[in-house]
Design a protein around this ligand. Structure first.
Ligand code: SF4
Length: 198
C-alpha cells in the first residue's frame, strides 16, 4: 500500500523504522491514530495512514493478525484494490497472478504496440498483452522486475530504449528507433561470410 503513491527509495529508507515501532498488525491496531500518522508521515498521504490503521484493526479483529490469502478477503480490506491484493497474494503464497498498474500497463502496451488511451486496465487486448509479455500470470519477483524496468528505463515521457533488455521485442522501440543508431548496431546479427568453394 505504501508503494502505490510513494517512490520505492522513500519506502526503503523509512520502512524499517515503522516495522520496528509496529512489528505486528496487532501493535499497529492498538496504536493511536495520531501515532500511526506520525510514523507514516515520511511516506506522505495522511488519509492512507488512516486506511492502513483501519486495515490493521480489521486484521487484528477478524483474522487474528494474519493477512488473508484469498482475493475476496483481501479486497474487502480498506484501501486494498486489485493491484495490492494481487501483489500481496503473489508475495505471500508465491501465487501466480497478473498485476496491472500504470507501470506494467505502460511496458505491455508499448511492447505490444497498442494504444494506451482510455481505461486500458479493463481492455481485454491489454490484459492479453500483459499476459503474453510475462508468459502468463506470474510471480511477484517477475512483476517487480517489470516495475523496476518501468521506473528506471521505460519512463513515461522518454523511454530509454537504447538501454532496454527487451528492445528487440518491443513494437514501440522497433517503430521509433533508427536501426542505424550505434546502440542497435551491435544487436544486428552478422551473417556468416559465405565459404569459398574449393
Ligand atoms: S524498448 Fe523502450 S518502449 Fe519498449 S519496453 Fe523497453 S524502454 Fe519501454
Amino acid at each position: 500500500m505504501l508503494l502505490l503513491r510513494t517512490k520505492a527509495e522513500i519506502v526503503e529508507a523509512h520502512i524499517d523504522a515503522v516495522i520496528e515501532e509496529f512489528p505486528t498488525p496487532q501493535a499497529l491496531a492498538r496504536a493511536e491514530t495520531s501515532a500511526v500518522e506520525d510514523a507514516l508521515r515520511p511516506f506522505g498521504l495522511r488519509w492512507r495512514a488512516r486506511r492502513i490503521h483501519e486495515t490493521a484493526q480489521l486484521l487484528a479483529d477478524s483474522y487474528n493478525g494474519e493477512v488473508p490469502r484469498d482475493l475476496k478477503s483481501l479486497l474487502d480490506l480498506p484501501g486494498v484494490g486489485p493491484y495490492v491484493a494481487s501483489a500481496t497474494l503473489a508475495t505471500l503464497s508465491g501465487g501466480r497472478v497478473v498485476l496491472t498498474d500504470t507501470n506494467t500497463l505502460r511496458v505491455a502496451t508499448r511492447v505490444a504496440g497498442i494504444s494506451a488511451r482510455g481505461d486500458v486496465r479493463r481492455r481485454k487486448d491489454v490484459q492479453a498483452s500483459i499476459g503474453m509479455l510475462m508468459g502468463g500470470p506470474t510471480t511477484a519477483d517477475d512483476w517487480l522486475a517489470v516495475i523496476d524496468l518501468a521506473a528506471k528505463i521505460c519512463l513515461p515521457r522518454d523511454p530509454r530504449c537504447a538501454e532496454c533488455p527487451i528492445d528487440d521485442l518491443c513494437s514501440y522501440s522497433l517503430a521509433t528507433v533508427n536501426p542505424s543508431e550505434p546502440h542497435r548496431r551491435h544487436k544486428v546479427r552478422q551473417r556468416p561470410e559465405p565459404r569459398e568453394s574449393a
